[in-house]
Design a protein around this ligand. Structure first.
Ligand code: MLT
Length: 245
């Protein structure tokens, strides 16, 4: 298994796809996806375009759907939910499909949606992702950070490093054995630096600052926790994520 880290979807090669793509948007889309599925949502269907989300969700009965998402971190007007994982409680989501659009995470999903396997990772479900990769041993794995409008987001790369760190430890592998590009070494080193203080990193980084400005302190605290949810979101058809059993 070779891991390749890409800081943003724009950095991924345009002419190829990996055996397994791991999409990462720690703040907050992939944390929200894992939380919603863990709380009993039937599926999460991701859209980068709000108009297409409206058309598709219209085909579902109102009591079976939730429209969720943000632009610039703020809830899309008229939607049921924003993009806070803390809103994804069982009373709200059980048995419903979340139609989700976000500024960056859903774009990253779209970039790799044709890969044979697409899963999502965040700090809260890191171990479930590592277990899956160690068990399935895909030959090439892309760890794709969502970034912010084409630029790098440090928290996504730190999560990629957390995945690499755990694969090295549990798979008894060396960094050079799994690193398919130098970004893996960078991500691994970044995680080593911040692993005991992820919340502090989130408070310093640009999207963390943006979310603090929107009063989302509790979201940052929640997203900074490691391995608290044993759920693996996996794509069953382009854009539609369910729990892998
Ligand atoms: C995104 O996709 O850009 C993020 O999830 C934004 C957010 O924090 O809501």
């Amino acid at each position: 298994m070779k891991l390749l880290v890409y800081h943003t979807p724009e950095r991924t090669p345009q002419d190829s796809l990996p055996d397994c793509a791991v999409v990462i948007d720690v703040l907050r889309a992939t944390t929200t996806i894992a939380t919603a599925l863990n709380a009993g949502a039937e599926a999460v269907q991701a859209f980068s375009d709000i108009d297409i989300l409206m058309q598709e969700s219209e085909k579902w009965l109102p009591d079976k759907r939730l429209r969720a998402g943000e632009r610039g971190g703020e809830k899309v007007p008229g939607f049921d939910l924003g993009n806070s994982p803390l809103d994804c409680v069982p009373q709200m989501v059980v048995g419903k499909r979340l139609f989700l659009t976000t500024t960056n995470g859903t774009r990253a999903l779209q970039r790799v949606e044709l890969a044979p396997t697409v899963i999502t990772a965040s700090q809260i479900n890191r171990q479930a992702v590592v277990d899956y990769l160690l068990q399935k041993q895909p030959e090439t794995v892309w760890l794709v950070g969502s970034g912010w409008q084409g630029t790098y987001s440090v928290e996504d790369t730190a999560c990629a490093g957390a995945i690499a760190d755990s694969i090295i430890e549990q798979g008894k592998l060396s960094l050079e054995a799994i690193a398919g590009n130098d970004e893996v070494i960078g991500a691994y080193s970044l995680y080593a630096q911040w692993q005991n203080d992820l919340l502090d990193m989130f408070k310093k980084c640009s999207h963390g600052q943006r979310l603090l400005g929107l009063d989302c302190h509790e979201d940052l605290e929640y997203c900074a926790q490691t391995d608290i949810i044993d759920v693996l979101p996996i794509q069953k058809e382009p854009g539609v994520l369910v729990i892998e059993h």
